[in-house]
Design a protein around this ligand. Structure first.
Ligand code: FCB
Length: 407
C-alpha cells in the first residue's frame, strides 16, 4: 500500500470566473464583449449551485476544496468593498465546513476588476499597495473560516500570456520571437494582439511587480492574521533536455526564468508553496508523445520532477492543480493514478507534500479556449446545467478514501 501522511488533503479545485457565472465587471468579460475571447456568461452557475456541487465533492471522498474569490465582486470600485460579496463567500466557506471540506482560498485567479485593468493593472507602479489592500481586507473578513490563502495564481502563466504571447488580456505580444510558444502549446486562440518589441520590457516590469505585489500582500495579511498559511501558486513547467550540453543549458535557463526567478524574488514571503503541474517538455526530444485534449504531452508521472524542482525551497508543498482535459474520460483515471503514484514517490524521496488537489471538480470555462476542453471529475451539460459524475472520479475517490493506493 502506498500510504500518504495522516491529514493529507485530497480534493479538487476551481476558480471563480471559470465556474460562477454572471461576472461582467472584469477585463475578461470586457474582452469577451470586444470579441477577443469567448463569452463566459453563466459558466456552470456555481455561484448559486455551490451547495449541490460541494455535496458531490463530499460524496467523492474529498476532504479539501480549493476555490477563488472574485476580486471584481469584492472590490467593484477602487477602495470600495462590497459586504454582500463577502457575505456570499462566508456562506460558501460555511457550506464547505458543513461537509468536512477544508477550504483553500485563492485571492486572485487571473481576472481583474475593470477599474484596475483599465488603469494599467499590474503595470501600475502602485499595484502592490492596491493588491495588498484587497488581500488583507479579504483575509481579515474570511480568515476566521479559512486558514489557507494563496495570493496569486500562476504569475508566470499570467505574465507570458498577457505580455509575451498576447493571447490573454491585456493582449500584448512580444513579436520578435516565438520562443515562448513552447510553453503555450495548445492554447492557440487567435487574438488580435498588440505586437511590439517593447512588450518584452513591459513583461519584465510586470513580473517584478507581481512579485512585489505578492510580497506586499504577504506582509499585509500577516498583520491582520498572523497565523494564516500564505503562499502563491506556481505553475511549474518541467523543462528537460536530452544529452546535448547546449540543450541542457537551454533547459537550465528555461527553468531558471520560468520557475526559480519568481521564487527568488519572493524569498521569505511564503509559508508553503502551491504547485500547479501540467507540462513536461524535453529539448531535443525524439519521442512521439501521446497527447491530452489540450495537445499537451501526457506525462502525469513527471509531477515528480516538478516537486523535485521545488524541493530546494524547503517549504511544505500543496499540489493546488494537476489534471487533464479528457472529454471522453478514457485517460483521466490513468492520469490520476500515475500522478498520485509519482507524488507518493516524491514524498519517499524527501519532499514535504501536504495535499493533492485535482483540476478540476467541474468542467468549466477554459479561458481563451472557451468551454470545449473538459477537465472535470464532473461533466457539465451547459444547456441544462446538469452534473454527471465521470467514472474516473470514482477511481480518485478510492484514493482519497484510502489515503493512498494499493500498488
Ligand atoms: C491553469 C489555470 C486554471 C486552468 C488550468 C487548466 O493554468 O490555473 O485556471 O485553466 O490551467
Amino acid at each position: 500500500m502506498k500510504k500518504f501522511p495522516d491529514g493529507f488533503y485530497w480534493g479538487a479545485a476551481s476558480a471563480s470566473y471559470q465556474v460562477e457565472g454572471g461576472i461582467e465587471n472584469t477585463d475578461w468579460a470586457k474582452a469577451a464583449r470586444d470579441g477577443r475571447v469567448p463569452e463566459c456568461g453563466r459558466a456552470c452557475e456555481h455561484y448559486t449551485r455551490y451547495e449541490a456541487d460541494f455535496d458531490i465533492a463530499k460524496s467523492l471522498g474529498h476532504n479539501a476544496h480549493r476555490f477563488s474569490v472574485e476580486w471584481a465582486r469584492i472590490e467593484p470600485e477602487a477602495g470600495q468593498f462590497d459586504m454582500a460579496a463577502i457575505a456570499h463567500y462566508r456562506q460558501v466557506l460555511e457550506a464547505l465546513h458543513a461537509r468536512g471540506l477544508t477550504p483553500f482560498i485563492t485571492l486572485w485567479h487571473f481576472t481583474l476588476p475593470l477599474w484596475f485593468s483599465e488603469s494599467g493593472g499590474f503595470e501600475r507602479k502602485d499595484a502592490p499597495e492596491i493588491f495588498a489592500r484587497y488581500c488583507a481586507f479579504v483575509v481579515k473578513e474570511l480568515g476566521d473560516l479559512c486558514g489557507h490563502f494563496s495570493t496569486i495564481n500562476e504569475p508566470s502563466v499570467y505574465g507570458s500570456n498577457g505580455w509575451l504571447r498576447g493571447s490573454w488580456p491585456p493582449f500584448k505580444r512580444f513579436s520578435l520571437t516565438d520562443l515562448v510558444a513552447i510553453t503555450n502549446s495548445g492554447r492557440s486562440y487567435e487574438s488580435r494582439a498588440d505586437k511590439s518589441a517593447s512588450n518584452l520590457f513591459l513583461w519584465w516590469r510586470v513580473m517584478k511587480n507581481l512579485a512585489k505585489s505578492h510580497n506586499a500582500a504577504y506582509l499585509a495579511i500577516k498583520k491582520v492574521r498572523p497565523n494564516a498559511d500564505v503562499n502563491f501558486v506556481h505553475h511549474v513547467i518541467v523543462f528537460d533536455a536530452n544529452k546535448n550540453p547546449f540543450r541542457k543549458l537551454a533547459a537550465y535557463i528555461a527553468n531558471q526564468s520560468w520557475t526559480h526567478l519568481f521564487m527568488r524574488r519572493t524569498a521569505g514571503h511564503y509559508d508553503t508553496i502551491g504547485l500547479n503541474y501540467y507540462f513536461y517538455t524535453q529539448f531535443g526530444d525524439k519521442r512521439k508523445w501521446r497527447k491530452t485534449d489540450m495537445d499537451w504531452n501526457f506525462a502525469p508521472e513527471k509531477i515528480y520532477d516538478a516537486l523535485m524542482i521545488l524541493k530546494r525551497y524547503k517549504r511544505p508543498i500543496v499540489i493546488c492543480e494537476a489534471g487533464v482535459a479528457d472529454a471522453d474520460d478514457s485517460d483521466r483515471a490513468e492520469y490520476i493514478e500515475k500522478q498520485v503514484r509519482a507524488t507518493w514517490q516524491a514524498i519517499q524521496d524527501g519532499v514535504d507534500v501536504r495535499g493533492h488537489i485535482y483540476w478540476s471538480l467541474l468542467d468549466n470555462y477554459e479561458w481563451a479556449l472557451g468551454f470545449e476542453k473538459r477537465f472535470g471529475l464532473v461533466e457539465i451539460n451547459y444547456e441544462t446545467m446538469e452534473r454527471t459524475i465521470r467514472p474516473s472520479a470514482y477511481v480518485y475517490k478510492k484514493i482519497c478514501e484510502q489515503n493512498g493506493m494499493l500498488e
